[in-house]
Design a protein around this ligand. Structure first.
Ligand code: SF4
Length: 231
């Protein structure tokens, strides 16, 4: 499937995949990153799972980092999000059997696990006419009993941990887990806070969608790649 049919219209301030020129980033500059996403040195690296796309590094290390308009940022593994420049690996599709089960109809239960509502807002936007998620057979459902998977936003606060675990447990097998936004992936700006726990290890993540918040087209692109609808 060709999607989108034409390049999406993105806001002027949109920051996509970082471009690393290969110039060194000194440790004192990398320390200015608010989420510790930058690995300093002669071969710098940006962890897209931590990055909040604030653009600060393009100011303090402008010779080393700039931002492209590439919105296709979803990843299949945490390691795949460690970006050192060059080609960024696209999210892999589920295996054949999982695509047979979920590929034409995917119901998701969304859990806001202590998020600020920005990721939640961009997930909600997927249901509007502009993106029309339902036309791809993907819908959000109220009950985890009716869901094929969970979509998590937020850094997983202590207050939300048991609700998240209960919701995941209530989804019948086989099931998927999707982490949307820097907070759900790494804790984002809340990383290290004593009030957050991070994604429980008992929830194996099938798809990571970076951003703070991710643009809706980034989320949709990731979901469609997971289902093997686009490659
Ligand atoms: S854009 Fe990302 S890597 Fe750069 S300073 Fe902000 S959080 Fe750090």
């Amino acid at each position: 499937m060709k999607f989108p049919a034409r390049p999406p219209v993105l806001p002027d301030l949109f920051r996509g995949l970082p471009v690393l020129t290969g110039q060194e980033i000194p440790a004192e500059s990398a320390a200015l990153c608010p989420t510790g996403a930058i690995k300093a040195g002669a071969k710098p690296q940006i962890d897209l799972g931590r990055c909040i796309f604030c653009g600060r590094c393009a100011q303090f290390a402008g010779n080393a980092v700039s931002f492209s308009r590439e919105y296709r940022l979803a990843a299949s593994t945490r390691a795949g999000m460690l970006h050192a420049g060059g080609e960024y690996p696209a999210a892999r599709a589920l295996d054949r059997e999982a695509r047979r089960i979920f590929g034409h109809s995917l119901k998701l239960r969304q859990v806001s696990a202590g998020g600020c509502a920005a990721c939640e807002a961009d997930v909600n936007v997927l249901g509007t006419l502009a993106f029309d998620l339902g036309r791809f057979g993907i819908q959000f459902v109220a009950s985890p009993r009716h869901a094929d998977g969970i979509l998590v936003t937020g850094p997983v606060t202590k207050n939300m941990q048991s609700a998240l675990l209960d919701t995941y447990a209530a989804i019948p097998e086989p099931k998927l887990a999707i982490a949307v936004g820097a907070c759900a992936i790494s804790g984002g700006i809340y990383s290290g806070s004593p009030e957050t726990c991070g994604m429980p290890e008992s929830i194996p993540v099938d798809l990571y969608i970076p951003g703070c918040p991710p643009h809706p087209i980034t989320i949709l692109d990731g979901l469609l790649r997971l289902l093997g609808r686009i490659r």
